[in-house]
Design a protein. Sequence first.
Length: 213
Amino acid sequence: MNLTYFNMSEALRRIKTMAKSQVQFTKDNEYYTPKEFVARFGDFDYDPATTKEKAEEFGILNYDTIETDGLNQDWTKYKRIWINPPFTRKHEFIAKAWETYQKVKNDIYILFPIEFITTARFHNSVGGGKLFIPNGRINFESGLGKKGKSPAFGSVVMKIQDNWEIVLINKLPKCKKCNDTGSYRIPISSPIMAPYGLDDTTSVPCECKLRKL
């Protein structure tokens, strides 16, 4: 069975294709990630940008809201942090996540529009991360109470870490047979990524993953 792996240039090209230009955003700055999507990354003990209701739904004991302003709080005392930042302040949350990680090396996962990866602001805010790219767009839940629909842009989840890595994941729930999310690694062989310490390591998908590709 033949598997296709992409170099960094091809991966970034596909990222740009997923992101639409001329996207119009409303004043609704709060969109919440579905619980089943967040759960695939494990349990978390802190969310700096949520509501009391969502924190309770997700089982996150420590959290901050728009009133308590998570950007002004100390994140270093938490081990696992989940962040779906307000759209207009995502760069601030990513910068603080990187700053926090440099101090205590905690596990920080942050979700944001995939197009943001192609901006200078993103590259100036963070020095490394594992990018989880789903094979479909996430249907968010609106902060205005509207039922989520397929958005006009794709999203990516990044785990802050010292080096850069890209992992493709299946947006669907875990496989009932192997209890796996269907993720597989993209080897990065492009010379332009050499300064970032990326290598050509790969992981072979299981049979369940192969059926999802």
